[in-house]
Design a binder for this molecule. Structure first.
Ligand code: NAD
Ligand code: TYD
Length: 364
């Protein structure tokens, strides 16, 4: 028996960024009958080229715009009869939030509030349809930092955000939660661990290490390299977001994680090994020689780990890609897609890189 699924009219905010673009690919392939609007301001982290091949298909429309622009959003929700928002647009990098927190408050808090308000107006005007959904995509960093002996974060772990990035995401999570409790609006929240995979902007740990190995540049490891992150392949995350939109209970929060805790230094060594095996004629080989311990990131959270029992038992989602498989795929992707990442190393990016790494340049 085939079950009927009503096509959705969905806005994916941040759809030109890392996770957003992977979600746009996932959604277009899986639901070709849906109407998909990508709303993205194309900040330094957004790249329209990433999803350009999909724009040729008739069911996807790209709109360049800011999530803080209420009149633009009102018009979009109305003219496209939107029933679903997957909200991923954000300022997403902790190091940038340390250099300049203002943009994080603006986009992550004010922008999320603006979207919630616009969606509330539309949902109420349409007499509160039961199948409308607002998915707010968030991070495990809102839960703060774990000690080695602590159990992983669950959905009831108290919020203790430590960076301007995680504090701004925590603020937006609380707003999304409040819209369900106050207005009954069907919001859902997901808190996910660190993602990796294709289309990841060069500033983040995994792409930065891959690219620096290919360029023969130093591999800056913050502090003692013993910090732990719980890595999830981005395509597994996209499947989880799809599952939550279709099967999640409005008002609920779902933690998403890969059960793959790895110390930063072990991850960097693994990337060096994979690059040495898979890359031809690296400028420096073996690439481990490039590892440089640098001054730590201020307020650096020691460990993140996710308990994803709820989404597994209630919605049946589990990750499918092991960290070994996923990292090997990712290394191959950065080797084969130089045309994607090379243009991103712009003068603006070099300027940012200088700023962060000159502060941390003292090897420890
Ligand atoms: P990203 O930085 O790669 O992409 C963010 C996108 O949002 C970019 O395309 C950018 O142009 C767009 N954007 C930024 N400000 C905007 C604005 N004011 N209006 C419209 N568009 C704007 O981020 P990502 O890594 O893909 O993260 C996506 C979401 O997932 C974020 O909400 C982030 O907090 C969350 N998240 C990320 C991770 C991770 O490991 N990357 C883990 C858990 C949760
Ligand atoms: P990052 O990719 O910035 O993600 P997040 O801070 O959101 O977890 O960093 C992942 C880990 O890698 C984090 O512990 C900081 C560390 N790191 C380095 O050691 N060197 C680097 O150059 C970067 C960017 C990160």
């Amino acid at each position: 028996m085939t079950s009927f699924r009503k096509p959705r009219k969905i806005v994916i905010t941040g759809g030109a960024g890392f996770i957003g673009s992977n979600l746009v690919y996932h959604w277009c392939n899986k639901y070709p009958g849906d109407r998909i609007i990508v709303l993205d301001a194309l900040t330094y982290a957004g790249n329209r080229q990433t999803i350009a091949p999909l724009e040729e298909k008739g069911n996807l429309k790209f709109v360049q715009g800011d999530i803080c622009d209420r009149s633009l959003i009102d018009e979009l929700l109305e003219t496209e009869s939107i029933d679903t928002i997957a909200h991923l647009a954000a300022e997403s990098h902790v190091d940038r939030s340390i250099l300049g927190p203002g943009a994080f408050v603006q986009t992550n808090v004010v922008g999320t509030f603006t979207l919630l308000e616009a969606f509330r107006q539309r949902w109420q005007k349409q007499n509160q349809p039961a199948d409308y959904r607002f998915l707010h995509v968030s991070t495990d960093e809102v839960y703060g930092s774990l000690e080695l002996e602590d159990p992983p974060f669950t959905e009831t772990t108290p919020y203790t955000p430590n960076s301007p990035y995680s504090a701004s995401k925590a603020g937006s999570d609380h707003l999304a939660r409040a819209y369900y409790h106050t207005y009954g609006m069907p919001t859902l929240i997901t808190n996910c661990s660190n993602n990796y995979g294709p289309y990841h902007f060069p500033e983040k740990l995994i792409p930065l290490m891959c690219i620096n190995i290919l360029l023969g540049k130093a591999l800056p490891v913050y502090g003692d390299g013993q910090n732990i992150r719980d890595w999830l392949y981005v395509k597994d995350h996209c499947r989880a977001l799809d599952t939550v939109i279709h099967q999640g209970t409005p008002g609920e929060t779902y933690n998403i994680g890969g059960n793959n805790e790895v110390k930063n230094i072990d991850l960097v060594r693994l990337l060096c090994k994979l690059m040495d095996e898979l890359g031809d004629e690296l400028p420096v080989s073996p690439s481990e020689q490039l590892i440089t311990f640098v001054k730590d990131r201020p307020g650096h959270d020691r460990r993140y780990a996710i308990d994803a029992t709820k989404i597994k038992t209630e919605l049946g989602w589990t990750p499918q890609v092991t960290v070994e498989e996923g990292l090997s795929q990712t290394v191959k992707w950065y080797l084969q897609n130089r045309d994607w990442w090379k243009p991103l190393l712009s003068p603006e990016y070099q300027n940012y890189y200088q700023k962060v790494y000159s502060e941390r340049s003292t090897p420890v």
